[in-house]
Design a binder for this molecule. Structure first.
Ligand code: SAM
Length: 269
């Protein structure tokens, strides 16, 4: 009798341990499935991480919804330039100013690339040179104290035959400097024409327009008009602006068309 009841106790203990294990595993599985389908956070599709470490661009959630973040003008500008200006390429800053854009371009082209920066002001060239030196990238940059309307001649002389992967123009006056020294439509348009000619296929030109200062509206209108009338076979122009702000700056981005597809061989359908 005693041995029978002992065996019975062992059997019921084994059954209850096995039952607990099966039930536990089932609960874990159910939990994992619920998490996967209902609670998993959005997964990134094609995103980049900016300098501030935030996610930009397209995000896709588990149920397929796509969310977009509206990037500030400077972030959008840098993202577009970065897409075209890589290590070993040539780039231009048409308005060096305080050197932020020149430095950014110098970082994009890396140790094997080259950048040229133009500005008419001695102080702007000085500020830019200091910034580049502090960043340790001055070797890859040539600074020219001259109006950007002469950039075509400079490029043809110093980098003959080379094409630009990217060019940045940040119009208006130099922050912290003389507000009367501003970019002006006539020389800006001449410089933009020369830049478009010298961009490589896939090359990117960005122009940031300001309207808050005297003369800014006229220059911005002239540049937008120039962009509207660019031959679309050369490339397309994007106009990016937040409308519901006072005197909002805007960004024009031009991407040069790629090489024409190879002509089909005679007789090919
Ligand atoms: C808004 S600031 C540029 C800011 C600069 N990109 C930066 O990252 O700090 C505009 C600059 O354009 C320069 N500028 C004005 N007319 C110019 C011209 N014709 N050619 C070249 N630079 C010019 C001004 O001297 C000024 O420094």
């Amino acid at each position: 009798m005693t041995s029978l009841s002992l065996t019975g106790a062992r059997v019921s203990l084994t059954i209850s341990v096995a039952g607990t294990l099966v039930l536990g595993s089932l609960m874990i599985c159910v939990g994992l499935i619920a998490y996967k389908h209902r609670y998993r956070p959005a997964t990134r599709l094609a995103t980049t991480v900016g300098t501030a470490g935030r996610y930009h661009g397209i995000q896709k959630t588990e149920n397929g919804a796509v969310s977009l973040r509206l990037e500030p003008i400077q972030e959008m500008t840098q993202r577009l330039i970065r897409s075209a200006v890589g290590p070993g390429t040539r780039a231009l800053d048409g308005t060096a100013g305080n050197g932020h854009d020149t430095r950014f371009l110098a970082e994009c082209v890396g140790t094997t690339g080259k950048v040229v920066g133009f500005d008419i002001q001695h102080e702007a060239i000085h500020q830019t040179r200091t910034r580049l030196t502090d960043a340790g990238v001055q070797e890859r940059v040539q600074l020219v104290q001259a109006s950007h309307e002469h950039l075509g001649g400079w490029l043809d002389t110093h980098w003959p035959g080379d094409r630009l992967a990217g060019a940045m123009f940040n119009l208006g006056y130099r922050p912290g400097g003389d507000h009367a020294t501003i970019t002006r439509a006539q020389s800006t348009l001449a410089a933009l024409d020369q830049t478009v000619t010298r961009l490589q296929p896939g090359g990117m030109l960005t122009v940031v327009l300001y309207t808050g200062h005297q003369g800014g509206h006229d220059e911005a209108a002239a540049v937008v008009n120039w962009a509207r009338n660019l031959d679309p076979s050369l490339g397309l122009v994007l106009w990016y602006q937040f409308l519901n702000r006072a005197n909002p700056p805007s960004l024009l981005a031009f991407c040069k068309s790629g090489p024409a597809a190879p002509a089909a061989a005679p007789g090919t359908p």
